[in-house]
Design a protein. Structure first.
Length: 258
């Protein structure tokens, strides 16, 4: 995995992993957070608080310190039909509790806003691009996508997923299922079949807004530690996708053709 990203970084003109020395981390982790208008301001606010709380929690810090190097690199952005301008929080190494709190405070200071449409493919492409350009070589590269609906804008989601996975990245999902979504068999099923990918990839569903902070913390600990998810969490399907990965695009097309 490290070799793959080192090659990609070399192609982009950055320092190869072999020369990076003390910049090596256990995981490079991109948090790609949905802020589409299908969630109201209260839900977006609670989602934000969930990430801030998780990043400050002792369980998260302990997971970071428990790795081989004892540090990770993390970045963040918000997306809807596009990557939200000004939402990107660039890469920061997390090695101490103070590092984690500093990153959480940057996130907490961001204004809350919502945008139109849902382009998971754009989120994955942005996350992959950020990983490729990261100055921190790592053993695992993870794109952490949270969302509350299927892809309905931009490019189809599966080619974006497949391209990132082929480059050695892992895509995990946090399916926000506070209300019925446009995915007929459940958003967690859609994420399992159409969004997540890579070794050990999983999707964690959230059914109640009050459970969000715990779900985010569980997810971050699993991603940082490289642990296998519990049996109650959907892992990536071994067979061909069962869910219709173009369901969101079809619903938007049908809406405009009425």
């Amino acid at each position: 995995m490290l070799t793959t990203v080192a090659v990609l970084m070399g192609l982009s003109g950055l320092v190869p992993a072999a020369q990076a020395g003390g910049n090596e981390v256990d995981v490079t982790l991109v948090l790609a957070v949905d802020t589409s208008r299908s969630m109201d301001f209260e839900e977006i606010g609670i989602q934000r608080e969930g990430y801030v709380e998780a990043l400050k929690h002792k369980e998260f810090i302990d997971a970071v310190k428990g790795g081989l190097t004892g540090r990770i690199a993390i970045s963040y952005f918000e997306w809807a039909g596009y990557v939200v301008q000004g939402s990107v929080i660039d890469w920061q190494m997390i090695e101490t509790e103070a590092d984690a709190i500093a990153f959480a405070e940057k996130l907490e200071a961001r204004p809350i806003a919502t945008q139109r449409r849902t382009s998971i493919s754009t989120a994955i492409a942005q996350g992959a691009s950020m990983i490729v350009s990261s100055p921190f070589p790592s053993r695992r590269q993870v794109i952490d996508v949270s969302g509350d609906g299927p892809n309905n804008s931009g490019n189809p989601v599966t080619p974006a997923r497949d391209k990132a996975v082929e480059a050695g990245m892992i895509i995990n999902g946090l399916a926000i299922m506070l209300r019925p979504s446009d995915a007929p068999d459940g958003l967690d099923k859609y994420y399992a079949d159409c969004v997540i990918g890579g070794p050990g990839a999983f999707v964690l569903p959230v059914h109640k807004i009050e459970d969000f902070a715990v779900a985010v913390r569980r997810k971050l600990v699993l991603e940082i530690s490289g642990l296998s998810p519990p049996a109650t969490v959907r892992e990536i399907a071994g067979d061909a996708p069962v869910a219709d990965c173009l369901v969101g695009e079809k619903q938007w097309r049908d809406f405009f053709e009425r």
